[in-house]
Design a protein around this ligand. Structure first.
Ligand code: UD1
Ligand code: CA
Length: 466
């Protein structure tokens, strides 16, 4: 089959009234990704020569989300799907090939389905091919009308249908492939002669049939794929289906999920094989997890990069930060603010890092905090050690060089530098730099009071006699 150029037109100008939202409908997210981006990802896989998104309500915000992934055409007033397609025509000028028309609010459609529709259209040499599906409750959808030979002869909208037509369960998904010249010819013929007074794209099918042009239909079994999201209930349903797919995909790629339904994984996440993810964990945004990691229960990763062989203990959160190979974090630890944990590090339990870097092989023990801090390699940071990076007005930086030893409960008042191989004695509050190889101690000397217990006992007895 000769390969013809493909263009994709995505209709996304509608108001989405039933979402009851200030956010344009195609920007509502499914698995952490706006619906319009799900559609753009799938159409991109078909390698179209051009992609056009028709925007209207919330056009500016939509354009921002779309970026350079498609050209946009504005439909100033929502006068129907046919009118929206006419608005895309300037962007199709000079295009000779097939035009896939779809919507910006169908996040579940797959590349296989859209690619299959394009293939079927070309195999049949059709001027238009409509994707159909059968549903139990066709209320609200356009019905597919077939003639005596079972060929598609038209689409009738629910509101314009006769009782007999309303009984038809084969519906229009709103996804079509048109031969470009046939589409523009048919769009010139449609009229707002219907109950809603709109220009229906569905009427282009009837026009082509009337002209005797070949119109084909392709039925998709899995009607969930073509489900349009109109309200928050459908949004939640789409999310549920998309999450199931992501989990199943990862399991098939060699990732173990313990209690899959309790694990939430966004569309932008990748996980390496032999990684085990525990119950209640959330992997969100553009998160990447390496191979052979152990992610225990209730871990949250948001736009995190995790190397191979990492152990993340329960209730740990990594946000917009990275963790190197073979490191161990948690339990109850928080790594955030573009922090970087090197390879073979130990962080936690209950430790926090913010805008900080921990060099390879360094350890940061329980209840410690690093803010605006650069730590070299092989450093030990004791339990409860804290950097004071904020003086109430400004943030200041701390530098801890290779192989330094920070004792437990040390308070480092930034800005401060602890040199290579230097020691900070436990319990010290340090305000000045510590030179390489030295020991800094800041404590009052220990006093010992002899016989303290005996003296206290006598005092108590004396009080008792009174
Ligand atoms: C449409 C179809 C119907 C089909 C259903 C599948 C028509 C006339 N009807 O109905 O046969 O069963 O989809 O979901 O095409 N849009 C615009 N500009 C407009 C109107 C709509 O861009 O002026 C966009 C919307 O943003 C939306 C899509 O087109 O993404 C569908 O519009 P909608 O109003 O939901 O169409 P339906 O009435 O559901
Ligand atoms: Ca709809």
């Amino acid at each position: 089959m000769p390969s013809r150029p493909l263009a994709c037109v995505i209709l996304a100008a509608g108001e989405g009234t039933r979402m009851k939202s200030d956010i344009p409908k195609p920007l509502h997210e499914v698995c952490g990704k706006p619906m319009i981006c799900h559609v753009l990802d799938v159409t991109a896989e078909l390698e179209p020569e051009r992609t056009v998104v028709v925007v209207g309500v919330g056009a500016d915000r939509l354009r921002e989300a779309i970026g350079d992934r498609a050209v946009t055409c504005e439909q100033p007033e929502q006068l129907g799907t046919g009118h929206a397609t006419i608005c895309a025509e300037p962007a199709l000028e000079g295009f000779d090939g097939d035009v896939l028309v779809t919507y910006g609010d169908i996040p579940l459609v797959t590349r296989e389905t859209l690619g299959g529709l394009v293939r079927r259209h070309r195999e049949q040499g059709a001027s238009a091919t409509v994707l159909t599906t059968k549903v139990d409750d066709p209320t609200g959808y356009g019905r597919i009308i077939r003639d005596a030979t079972d060929a598609v002869s038209g689409i009738v909208e629910h509101r314009d249908a006769t009782d007999e037509q309303l009984a038809i369960r084969e519906i229009n998904t709103g996804i079509y492939v048109f031969e470009a010249q046939s589409l523009s010819a048919a769009l010139q013929e449609i009229s707002p002669d219907n109950v809603q007074g709109e220009l229906y794209l569905t009427d282009a099918i009837g026009v082509l049939v009337a002209y005797g042009r070949p119109v084909a239909g392709m039925m998709v079994e899995d009607s969930a794929q073509t489900m349009g999201v109109n309200d928050r209930v459908q949004l939640a349903e789409a999310e549920r289906i998309a999450r199931d797919r992501i989990r199943e995909h990862l399991m098939r790629e060699g990732v173990t999920l313990i209690d899959p339904p309790s694990i939430f994984i966004d569309a932008g996440v990748t996980v390496g094989r032999d990684t085990v993810i525990g119950p209640g964990s959330h992997l969100l945004g553009e998160t990447t997890v390496g191979e052979r990691c152990e992610i225990r229960g209730h871990v949250t990763l948001r736009s995190a990069t995790i190397g191979d062989g990492v152990l993340l203990r329960d209730h740990t959160t990594v946000e917009e930060s990275s963790v190197g190979h073979e490191s161990q974090i948690g339990p109850f630890s928080l790594i955030r603010g573009n922090s970087e944990v090197g390879a073979e590090c130990k962080v936690g339990s209950s430790a926090e890092m913010n805008r900080s870097h921990l060099g390879d092989g360094s350890k940061m023990q329980h209840f410690s905090y690093l803010g605006d801090t650069t730590v070299g390699k092989g450093v030990n940071i004791g339990a409860g050690a804290v950097t004071c990076n904020y003086d109430g007005c400004e943030k200041h930086c701390t530098k801890i060089e290779d192989s330094a030893f920070i004792g437990s409960d040390v308070i480092l008042i930034a800005p401060i530098t602890i040199g290579e191989n230097a020691y900070a004695g436990a319990g010290s509050v340090l305000t000045r730099d510590v030179a390489a190889g030295t020991l800094a101690l800041e404590r009052t000397e220990q006093r010992v009071v002899e016989d303290w217990h005996e003296r206290m006992r006598k005092r108590r007895e004396g009080l008792g006699k009174q």
